[in-house]
Design a protein around this ligand. Structure first.
Ligand code: T5A
Length: 209
């Protein structure tokens, strides 16, 4: 029996890290075995690539180089960690995955979505998340949370218009495929956000049974 693949997405400061803990508790309560991981990163090689991608010194990185680095990290992550876990029935909870590539490199940077689709097919074959939670927030509010936390990385240093495009990309993907995505308003108080998340997870397992 294969494990389920859950991903969490959204623009900066939307509360992914905070809400992944809520999903982890929900899995623990049900005695479901899982691993929690992230992109870019998740493996030794992937974390090195993450360092390159987030380093503010790499200001001149070409958008296509950024795209290829995302998929290079993902290829390693899939082979080394995600696929082996799913194959033994372990669930995978991943902080960002390919939806982030469509949203950031496609909608944000303006790269051709068909090129992303081809790289997705090359690296993933027909493997896609079973359930994707998109935390939705006005980027201005998200960035005020990020700024309160400290120094900004290369992505966080982008202009607000960039994140408006990224947000629009996520929303478009969610509305195109409502059976896989759940869009939650992340500007509400945390307790309300988490009520929605738990309801969505219950509906997902109810539907998956
Ligand atoms: N990227 C990634 C791409 O461009 N393409 C790709 O394919 C992939 C995979 C790194 C970057 O890589 C880019 C996108 C990213 O820019 P990341 O580490 O996931 O990805 O980056 P961030 O989005 O910056 O992740 P963060 O950890 O910084 O933000 P989170 O996890 O969304 O936010 P979190 O949980 O740390 O919360 C931020 C603050 O808000 C508070 C929290 O307590 C915290 O202080 N908060 C709330 N406050 C009030 N009300 C609520 N409801 C709150 N929820 C959280």
């Amino acid at each position: 029996m294969k494990g389920k693949f859950i991903t969490v997405e959204g623009t900066e400061g939307v509360g992914k890290t905070t809400n992944i803990q809520c999903i982890a508790s929900w899995l623990d309560e049900r005695g479901i075995a899982y691993i929690s991981t992230r992109e870019p990163g998740g493996t030794a090689l992937g974390e090195k690539i993450r360092g390159l991608l987030l380093d503010k010194e790499n200001t001149g990185m070409a958008a296509s180089a950024e795209l290829l680095l995302m998929f290079a990290a993902r290829a390693q992550h899939l082979e080394e960690k995600i696929i082996p876990a799913l194959e033994v029935g372990t669930w995978v909870l991943c902080d960002r995955f390919t939806d982030a590539t469509y949203a950031y490199q496609g909608f944000g940077r303006g790269l051709n979505l068909e090129h992303i689709k081809r790289l997705e097919a090359l690296v993933q074959g027909d493997l896609h998340p079973d359930f994707t939670l998109i935390l939705d927030i006005d980027p201005e509010l998200g960035m005020s949370r990020v700024r309160a936390r400290g120094e900004l990385d290369r992505f966080e240093s982008e202009a607000l218009e960039f994140f408006d495009r990224v947000r629009a990309g996520y929303r478009e993907r969610a509305s195109d495929n409502p059976s896989r995505y759940c869009l939650v308003d992340a500007s509400s108080p945390l307790a309300v956000v988490q009520e929605h998340i738990v309801a969505a997870l219950n509906a997902f397992v109810g539907g998956a049974e």
